[in-house]
Design a protein around this ligand. Structure first.
Ligand SMILES: *[C@@H]1O[C@H](CO)[C@@H](O)[C@H](O)[C@H]1NC(C)=O
Ligand SMILES: *[C@@H]1O[C@H](CO)[C@@H](O)[C@H](O)[C@H]1NC(C)=O
Ligand SMILES: *[C@@H]1O[C@H](CO)[C@@H](O)[C@H](O)[C@H]1NC(C)=O
Length: 242
């Protein structure tokens, strides 16, 4: 009894795990934390990510990055991806509550980076992000620093959704369309909303078919240049559906 209790304690104490390889991932309850340093060769630098805590349906994590060169190129998308909130058609979503509490604990002057959701939809129920199965990549930028811009061009400005004001950008990338909501009223560091507001908006205004399946919901950061430590103290997402 004492023995198994101390094993439990050890397991809790050793919960903080760090990954540093370019494509390393860690399981984290209902999530997977991945480094995804896909654009690393467009610059010079390094990044590591740490799983800080995990609970039944929430996760805490951080990522430490330092990138230079290639000022207009994304170096990585360290993120947590839900392993359960997916496989639902947009028209069957009743609500998609999410919480994301985050901050930069340090950042160098003039960083170029976003903090953003990356939500993938497509015709098949199952789809790897950025694959042949992807129809739409829906980004929600809670922060965009240093004058960076999403794919495409601004199609609608000043949209009120989820308690904030957004500009919507749209453009193609490989075989999918990118729809990026870029926050206009500062950084949303304590984001607690229903993602279904965004889904309803793109069905009503951007011609997205309600039969599209949510294939993946990711939340992370795209650094271009500079150095920072981004801490997510609490993140969660769920889909309640018909
Ligand atoms: C980032 O990398 C540069 C170049 O290697 C180094 O000079 C600088 O000290 C690093 N910054 C941080 C915060 O680690
Ligand atoms: C694409 O969808 C099919 C089902 O239509 C599935 O079997 C396959 O694993 C998916 N592939 C990728 C790369 O997402
Ligand atoms: C994290 O967010 C979830 C969902 O809102 C909430 O239930 C939980 O209490 C939060 N955890 C912390 C440590 O704030």
């Amino acid at each position: 009894m004492l023995f198994s209790l101390s094993l439990l304690l050890l397991a809790a104490l050793s919960a903080a795990q760090t990954i540093s390889g370019p494509l390393d991932c860690l399981p984290a309850g209902n999530y997977q934390l991945c480094q995804n340093l896909w654009g690393r060769t467009s610059g010079v630098g390094s990044q590591s990510s740490t799983l800080v805590s995990k609970a039944s349906n929430s996760v805490g994590w951080s990522t430490t990055w330092n990138w230079s060169n290639g000022p207009n190129a994304v170096k990585s998308y360290a993120n947590v991806e839900s392993t359960v909130a997916k496989g639902v058609q947009l028209q069957n979503v009743v609500s998609a509550p999410t919480t994301w509490t985050w901050s930069y604990s340090t950042r160098s002057d003039g960083i170029r980076a976003d903090v953003a959701y990356d939500i993938w939809t497509g015709v098949p129920q199952v789809g790897t992000p950025a694959s042949k199965n992807s129809s739409y990549e829906i980004m929600i930028w809670l922060s965009g620093l240093g004058g960076i811009q999403p794919v495409g061009s601004a199609v609608t400005r000043g949209i009120s959704l989820a308690g904030h004001t957004w500009d919507l950008w749209r453009g193609p990338n490989q075989n999918w369309q990118v729809l990026s909501f870029v926050i206009q009223d500062g950084e949303a560091t304590n984001f607690n909303v229903d993602l279904n507001e965004f889904f309803k908006y793109i069905i009503a205004n951007q011609g997205v078919a309600p039969t599209q399946y949510i294939q993946s919901i990711q939340a992370g950061t795209e650094p271009f240049t500079g150095s920072a430590v981004l801490v997510t103290s609490n993140y969660s997402v769920a889909i309640n559906h018909k």
